[in-house]
Design a protein around this ligand. Structure first.
Ligand code: SF4
Length: 329
């Protein structure tokens, strides 16, 4: 099995500054223990279709051309997905879709739905596979979707999430024949539906000092039904941890989306981290004549579970932030 963090797959064919990740709904027919946005069947928040289409239209005006649709489980609203995808494709977006794959009940059903998605303009499907998903969606449904994608020429990239249950991970790896596939792992976002699982995952994933953090290399703008506009797709439910940093750009319910996209475009910090993997910022700060010693003493030995948590920590430091935006211009 080839686990690739950097840098292959359709996500990497597009500049991060041109990407838009849309959490369309926070509702889901599953309630995975490690769900970043804490989705479940009890959740009801969802974007209105017209609002989502307007976000796409404004996004296109600001150069967005890669749309990653997700949730929650967006395929609970298939007709809205088809319409959104058609709108996005007409606006020039490449469209990808994240899903837990519940709809792949039979080979025939999977093929029919993949065909409809393809006709609507979806270019890639990213199904999720993990021990947590398996509690809700059988592995057979993912196999049906994989086969349908192969038959119809749809790009298929599996989102793999390592769990704290190695025997179930091994079962999935065998069943999905992951030894011969490239899969797309995630770093650890320490949020989810079950606090005990998150603690167990911290042990499995471990934390890293800034020199050693793995970087997905695909930071991208995210929006969700709360109206949050965040400079990363690693959004959580409430996104409190991003508040007060350049990563929390604003709320489109309060501020016109075009103003927020202008702020994103004009943020030297965001544009720098979209275009450079995190070692670039780390190196830049170490080598800064006035900040380097302070930065190294303060952050050099701190440990993080993800590059996003590293950014949040650094961006909360007033001394680092004073002048960083200017220095990166
Ligand atoms: S991880 Fe995906 S499938 Fe699981 S609850 Fe969250 S949105 Fe639903």
């Amino acid at each position: 099995m080839q686990e690739l963090y950097p840098q292959t797959g359709v996500c990497f064919d597009h500049g991060n500054q041109a990407k838009l990740y849309m959490v369309y709904t926070l509702g889901c027919n599953a309630a995975c223990d490690h769900c970043l946005v804490e989705s479940s069947p009890r959740r009801r928040e969802k974007l209105e279709l017209d609002v989502a289409k307007e976000l796409l239209r404004v996004g296109a005006q600001f150069g967005k051309n890669f749309l990653d649709l997700g949730g929650g489980e967006i395929m609970l609203f298939p007709d809205e997905v088809y319409e959104l995808a058609r709108t996005a494709a007409d606006l020039g977006y490449y469209v990808s879709l994240n899903t837990n794959g519940f709809w792949g009940r039979t080979p025939e059903r999977a093929r029919a739905v993949v065909g409809e998605l393809q006709q609507a303009g979806v270019g890639a499907i990213f199904p999720s596979a993990s021990a947590y998903h398996l509690a809700y969606v059988s592995i057979d449904r993912l196999k049906h979707i994989r086969q349908a994608c192969r038959d119809l020429g749809m790009v298929y990239e599996l989102n793999w999430v390592r769990s704290h249950r190695p025997e179930t991970d091994a079962f999935i790896q065998t069943e999905m024949e992951l030894d011969s596939e490239t899969i797309f792992p995630n770093s650890l976002t320490t949020a989810g539906n079950d606090a005990g699982t998150i603690e167990a995952l911290k042990v499995v994933y471990g934390s890293s000092v800034p020199d050693d953090i793995a970087d997905c290399g695909s930071l991208q703008l995210g929006v969700n039904p709360h109206g949050h506009v965040i400079g990363t797709c690693s959004m959580t439910n409430r996104n409190e941890k991003f508040a007060g940093t350049p990563l929390f750009i604003g709320n489109f319910h309060d501020t016109p989306f075009d103003e927020l996209l202008r702020a994103e475009r004009d943020s030297a910090v965001l544009q720098f981290i979209y275009r450079n993997p995190h070692p670039a910022l780390h190196k830049r700060l170490i080598e800064d004549p006035s900040l380097g010693r302070y930065y190294q003493d303060t952050f050099g030995t701190r440990r993080y579970y993800s590059v996003v948590d590293y950014y949040i920590d650094v961006f909360r430091d007033e001394r680092v932030m004073a002048g960083l935006d200017e220095a990166l211009r």
